[in-house]
Each structure stands twice: as C-alpha cells, then as structure tokens.
Design a protein. Structure first.
Length: 254
C-alpha cells in the first residue's frame, strides 16, 4: 500500500498551522514552525495561494487562510444542515405519496443523493445514498440546472447521453425544459433516465434564496402518472415539502 504524499501532508500541515494561533504568519514563521526549508514552504504557500486556499497580505506579506477553504467548509456544513432539516419532511412526503423520496445536491457534473427515504410498502429496495443521478435527465438534475447557475453551466458542458428513447439531448430543447421548470417551479422525469420510472422534483432554497438542493418523489410511471399525466397531488406534495425544508433553512415564505 503506497504511503502518504509528502507535499500534500506538508500542505495540510500549513493549513492547520494557519487555522490556529495568530492566524496570520510570515514565511519564516511557517518554515520554522514546521521544520521546513524556506524555499519548500514558499513553494507550497504559492501553490495554495494560486488555488485560493491561502491569501497573502500585500502590506505585511503574511499569510492567512483563503476564501476557497471557507467555501468548501460551508458546502460541507450546508449538505449536513440540509439533510438534518429535511429528515422529518421527507419522511412525511414518502408516507403521504407512497413513493420513494430523494434529496439531492450538485456534485461535480451530476446530482449526489444525500438522503433516501424508502417507499413505505415493505418491498425490497436498495439504499441510494451516495449514488449519482444525471443532471440532464433526472428531475433533480433539471431542477438544479434551472435554478443554480453553477449546475446550469455544468449541464451545458457535459455530453448529454440518451439514456432512454425519451432523454432530451438537444441544446435548444434542453433549455426549453429548464425554462418550463422555472415557470412552473418544478420538473419531471418521465422515463428519461430509466424506463418505467418517473420522478417529480422541486428546488430547496436557503436563507440567502440560493438553491442548495432539490427533493423528488420517484416511482413506477403508472403510479406517478394517471392517464398519461403527472398526478397533480404528487406535484403539490413535492412542492410543499421543498417549501417546508426551505423555510427551516431560513428562506421565509415564498
């Protein structure tokens, strides 16, 4: 089994050093505290600075933690707060809808499932926490792409693979789907990701009105739809759940 990478271990040690004590340290302070040559410490600090993990005061020349670390830390906290706030509401949604419920967030070029409530019918099901759903075809992905500019950029860059005969892959048609999603406040996946499976999703916002995730119900298309149309009571239930979680995150009434 390969050992730790020395340069990464040293970078982590520098970040921990800057996170404690005086918070702002000069090159000599960093080098002497960690037993590094000045040239080595300077090289690592410059790399961390280029990546946004470290900032250098232009007057004193001292180093401190950068904004990128704050962004990453907030992302970690946001996911855990989102899941904690959503537990009760997603349980209620699964119980009232009779279908599985997913909570998803943007991750790289897909949707990461951070919470999954099983369909309440005692059938054998597989836990999908940690699974990735596609941005361009899943209801969760389309909602995030419609409301989150970063997700929209990711969806525009990826190659939209036709996962089923119903998957929308054309650029103009996909943008039309996102326009419709924004106009009505929710999105659907009618056998666009998996044959025989349909989903309805709505966005979740935080106190800053930023889209931090989405919630969806997923089930067999014959249960989610009636006479070829999505059941309006399911749409209402998903949107109510998304609003409730958003309010718990401080978004207020909307």
């Amino acid at each position: 089994m390969p050992g730790p990478i020395q340069s990464l271990a040293r970078a982590a040690a520098i970040l921990r050093l800057l996170a404690g004590g005086e918070r702002r340290l000069g090159l000599s302070d960093v080098a002497s505290s960690l037993g590094l040559a000045k040239g080595t410490a300077h090289g690592i600090l410059r790399t961390l600075q280029q990546e946004g993990f470290v900032e250098q005061d232009p007057v004193s020349g001292r180093y401190q933690l950068g904004a990128e670390l704050l962004r990453l830390g907030n992302s970690y906290l946001d996911v855990h707060e989102l899941r904690a706030r959503a537990l009760v509401w997603t349980d209620d949604l699964a119980r009232s809808s009779g279908e599985a419920v997913y909570l998803g967030v943007l991750h790289q070029q897909g949707v990461l499932i951070v919470h999954h409530v099983f369909r309440p019918d005692d059938s054998r099901q597989v836990l999908e926490v940690g699974a990735m759903h596609p941005l361009h075809s899943s209801a969760l992905g389309k909602v995030l792409s419609a409301y989150d500019p970063v997700a929209h950029s990711e969806a525009a860059e990826i190659k939209r693979e036709p996962l089923t005969a119903r998957t929308v892959t054309d650029d103009a048609a996909f943008e039309g789907v996102l326009d419709l999603t924004r106009a009505r406040g929710w999105s659907a996946d009618l056998e666009e990701t998996w044959d025989g499976v349909a989903s309805i999703a709505a966005p979740i916002h935080d106190r800053h009105r930023m889209t931090v995730g989405a919630v969806a119900v997923t089930g067999a298309v014959e249960r989610v739809c009636a006479d070829g149309e999505i059941r309006p009571q399911l749409v209402a239930a998903v949107r109510d759940c998304a609003r409730a979680v958003s309010r718990d995150l401080g978004a207020g009434r909307f």
